[in-house]
Design a protein around this ligand. Structure first.
Ligand code: XMP
Length: 329
């Protein structure tokens, strides 16, 4: 019998809207058959995989899909609003938005060790999600945006299979609904496009689970976190204007926890630097820097130092991986 976690050799690569539509139809029927009159719970981060998964399940069972969007305060500018707009208005789902910003940032205050930061973020995320799940009644299914590389990597012991291992005891019996688990990332994007998700969601660059938390190096403070978020928004805007959106694999800003002197309006400043990182890769094992046009760097330096409070210097990181990793923590 065919192993449900192995992509059949006969499965066509989804490269066109027509193939995506056929896949959507097939999955809608299969989700309906699996779930019957039941309800599905899904943690919706707003990333490509969970968004496509949510859109597919919503197409199959409408508001019997309960999506929980946890705002941990470490999302990019405009992301929580986009999730609420798309899934609150465009799709028929029961969307539960949880503002847990204070809870996360209070727990992270004073914590500078990167692995502890990650553990705190992951741990509170599961707690908040489980609390919301317990408020809902009669849910037996858990939707997950697992994609094929996740299955291959967890088989090889490279990465734990999503959140299943971290779920509280009372949620471990939930039956999984994973409609995109046999798809590669590019196929998930084609399906997302056919489902009508906005391009900014479908072609989103990779974003780490701990979000901007790993880009606010060291112990996170609210003001430095805002400097990361604002500079990231400017960077994305200027990359789009320069026609680099979708052409560079990943680009972001980092604000480290040290200050240097500068001058503003004739007065001395003592403020953080903002580091720009833009990289290209095929497999994330090896990464090369994207060398930025001089005019773009000039614009970024000007805008970030004038528009972002607390920043008086901009640095560009052109280090490949190895020896550096993509993220700073
Ligand atoms: P590194 O820094 O390991 O990053 O070279 C490789 C890719 O993985 C992303 N990344 C993460 N993604 N949780 C995630 O979901 C994480 O903790 C995490 N750390 C790094 C990173 O953005 C890059 O694309």
């Amino acid at each position: 019998m065919q192993d449900p976690n192995v992509r059949p050799e006969s499965m066509k690569r989804i490269t066109t809207e027509e193939l995506a539509r056929a896949f959507i139809e097939e999955q809608v029927a299969s989700i309906r058959a699996q779930v019957g009159k039941g309800k599905v719970l899904l943690a919706l981060s707003g990333g490509v995989d969970s968004s496509v998964c949510a859109a597919l399940i919503s197409k199959a069972i409408g508001s019997r899909l309960c999506c929980v969007h946890v705002n941990h305060g470490l999302l990019r500018k405009g992301e929580p609003e986009q999730v609420c707009r798309v899934f609150g208005e465009q799709f028929d789902v029961n969307l539960i938005y949880v503002d847990a910003v204070d809870r996360f940032l209070d727990a992270l205050a004073g914590v500078s060790d990167p692995e502890r930061k990650r553990k705190i973020i992951g741990g509170i995320f599961i707690e908040v999600f489980a609390e919301e799940a317990r408020k809902l009644e009669g849910i037996k299914f858990l939707g997950q945006g697992t994609i094929y590389p996740d299955i291959l990597e967890s088989k090889d012991g490279i990465k734990a299979h999503h959140n299943v291992g971290g779920l509280p005891e009372d949620m471990k019996d939930f039956e999984l609904v994973e409609p995109v688990k046999l798809l590669y990332k590019d196929e998930v994007r084609v399906v997302g496009k056919a489902l009508g998700l906005p391009d900014s969601m479908v072609y989103r660059q990779p974003f780490p689970g701990p979000g901007l938390g790993v880009r606010c190096v060291g112990a996170i403070t609210r003001d430095r976190l805002e400097a990361v978020r604002e500079s990231d928004a400017i960077l994305r805007e200027e990359f789009a204007k320069a026609g680099l959106e979708g052409k560079v694999w990943q680009y972001f800003t980092v604000v480290p926890d040290f200050k240097s002197t500068g001058i503003k309006d004739g007065k001395r400043t003592f403020a953080w630097p903002c580091i720009i990182r833009a990289i290209n890769t095929v497999d994330v094992v090896e990464v090369t820097p994207e060398y930025l046009p001089k005019e773009l760097i000039e614009t970024l330096v000007r805008r970030i130092t004038t528009e972002v409070p607390g920043i008086n210097r901009v640095l560009v990181d052109y280090t490949p991986k190895p020896p550096a990793t993509v993220e700073y923590e």
